[in-house]
Design a binder for this molecule. Structure first.
Ligand SMILES: CC(C)(COP(=O)(O)OP(=O)(O)OC[C@H]1O[C@@H](n2cnc3c(N)ncnc32)[C@H](O)[C@@H]1OP(=O)(O)O)[C@@H](O)C(=O)NCCC(=O)NCCS
Length: 169
């Protein structure tokens, strides 16, 4: 079984994406730091590219886990996003996106955020389609893959809970 899966599967590293941006005034909020919505766009873009590289299909975002903004990123800083598929189901895949800011003059690099997103691969009729299983290889990939199952259960539970009618309607 493991052998069969291994033959059909794809190493996690094949989905790796590195995307870099510089924060321009147009990306900023009134405090002159990166606007959160812009960062979410970049996270979604890097995550989708990793999902496409894994599945080689069109993908749509089906879930975004909570993202914390603890470190402001100033205009003029560079932002690096590293994305990789951590887990696969039948048609869906979880992608981890690590985000770093880099001071362009000192070269100092600080991790600012981490996000997990779920994408679904679609066929040419827009229906969910089977994807190859991901093969985690490094210690970090194996750790992320094990933890992903718990995150998925929580995500699916939250999705069901959010469909329940509101009690004061
Ligand atoms: C994504 C979409 C095609 C899934 O359709 P669906 O009818 O729910 O399909 P399924 O029930 O077969 O689910 C497909 C997969 O998504 C997973 N999924 C569905 N909702 C999910 C959620 N909230 N969180 C995590 N995974 C989810 C399912 O578990 C399943 O995974 P699996 O095949 O790996 O087991 C559909 O919900 C959709 O089109 N959503 C809108 C996407 C969109 O517009 N995104 C923003 C722009 S990219």
């Amino acid at each position: 079984m493991w052998k069969k899966e291994k033959n059909n599967g794809k190493p996690a590293c094949k989905s790796f994406v590195q995307m870099e941006q510089i924060v321009l005034p147009n990306d900023a909020n009134p405090l002159n730091t990166l606007f959160g919505g812009r960062l979410l766009l970049w996270i979604d873009t890097a995550g989708a590219m990793a999902a496409i590289k894994h599945s080689r299909k069109e993908v749509v975002t089906v879930a975004v886990d909570s993202v914390d903004f603890k470190e402001p990123i100033k205009v003029g800083n560079m932002v690096k996003l590293l994305a990789k598929v951590t887990w696969t189901g039948r048609t869906s895949m979880e992608v981890k996106i690590d985000i770093f800011k880099e001071n362009p003059y000192s070269g100092e690099i600080v991790k600012t955020n981490q996000a997990f997103m779920t994408f679904v691969a679609l066929d040419n009729k827009g229906r969910p389609v089977k994807i190859p299983p991901v093969l985690p290889e490094t210690e970090e990939e194996i750790f992320d893959n094990c933890q992903a199952k718990e995150r998925r259960e929580l995500r699916l539970k939250n999705a069901i809970d959010s469909q329940r009618p509101c009690c004061n309607k």
